[in-house]
Design a protein around this ligand. Structure first.
Ligand SMILES: Nc1ncnc2c1ncn2[C@@H]1O[C@H](COP(=O)(O)OP(=O)(O)OP(=O)(O)O)[C@@H](O)[C@H]1O
Ligand SMILES: [Mg+2]
Length: 252
């Protein structure tokens, strides 16, 4: 029996009067990659954002339900949202490095947390860039601007920036969709390595990616969770007709 890192029950989200999530029950196992799939507009990004309260930043968004990180209600009044977003880090579709050096990008979160010791920061930079599989490419130019890197390299620096604060869970919203196939494969391989230490939740439109690297797959449709199971089961013998239609490319 695997440990559940995040549990979510009866999650509803309204943007004003539009119900974007219609009662989602979904849990995530420790040290697994869970893929969230489904057609455009079905609520994948919306759901992902409920898991570290990024929806708090959207004034029209109203969430209800029960979402817990290791048993703690993340919507509790006394939840520190900065702490939460450290524990549940996020990587976006477009690489979004800050216009600073590679080094300063990676240590951004640590500096915010007040870490000043040079050796600690140096160590975090090396460890995080190695874990993000980009150390060899950038070790001789750590003080160059992160914006001088290719898109695939920028995305790996953004992943290193998330890893540097030692999150428990990493949310990824189509992290490779803006990248070329080689960069995408590099990131997929890295995720398979990171799985031993992190719990990863990955939104993807790429069925090949979901089937290659995820342990479990959840299929969303129009704000509902249609089916969740082991990835093999979802791709080979889904129980719901909508799931089968989607993965065989009949819609979406
Ligand atoms: N800030 C917002 N305000 C109002 N409606 C929104 C907002 N963000 C998303 N929506 C709506 O909520 C629904 C779900 O959107 P969401 O972005 O979660 O879908 P998605 O599954 O991530 O789609 P995609 O695959 O295209 O990224 C859509 O109908 C969308 O138009
Ligand atoms: Mg989305």
């Amino acid at each position: 029996m695997k440990n559940k890192v995040i549990t979510s029950k009866d999650v509803h989200l309204f943007y004003d009067k539009f119900e974007a999530l219609k009662g989602i029950d979904l849990d995530f196992n420790e040290h697994e990659i869970t893929a969230l799939i489904g057609p455009s507009g079905c609520g994948k990004s919306t759901y992902l954002r409920t898991l570290n309260r990024m929806n708090d930043l959207i004034p029209t968004a109203h969430v209800s339900g029960d979402i817990r990180l290791r048993g703690q209600d993340i919507y509790a009044a006394d939840q520190d949202v900065v702490q939460l977003r450290k524990a549940v880090g996020m990587v976006f579709q477009q690489p979004n490095p800050f216009p600073f050096s590679i080094y300063d990008n990676v240590v951004y979160g640590l500096r915010l947390a007040g870490v000043k010791d040079r050796a600690t920061l140096d160590e975090a930079v090396e460890t995080s860039l190695k874990a993000a599989a980009i150390w060899d490419e950038v070790k001789d130019k750590l003080h160059d601007s992160a914006l001088s890197l290719s898109g695939g390299q920028q995305q790996r620096v953004c992943i290193a920036r998330v890893l540097a604060v030692r999150p428990d869970v990493i949310l990824m919203d189509e992290p490779t969709s803006a990248l070329d196939p080689i960069s995408s494969t590099q990131i997929e391989n890295m995720l398979l390595e990171l799985r031993d230490q992190y719990t990863i939740i990955l939104v993807t439109h790429n069925m090949h990616q979901a089937s290659r690297i995820s342990d479990r797959t959840a299929f969303f449709l129009q704000g509902e969770l249609i089916e969740v199971d082991e990835t093999k089961k979802i791709f080979l013998t889904p129980t719901q007709k909508e799931t089968e239609d989607y993965i065989t490319g009949r819609f979406g």
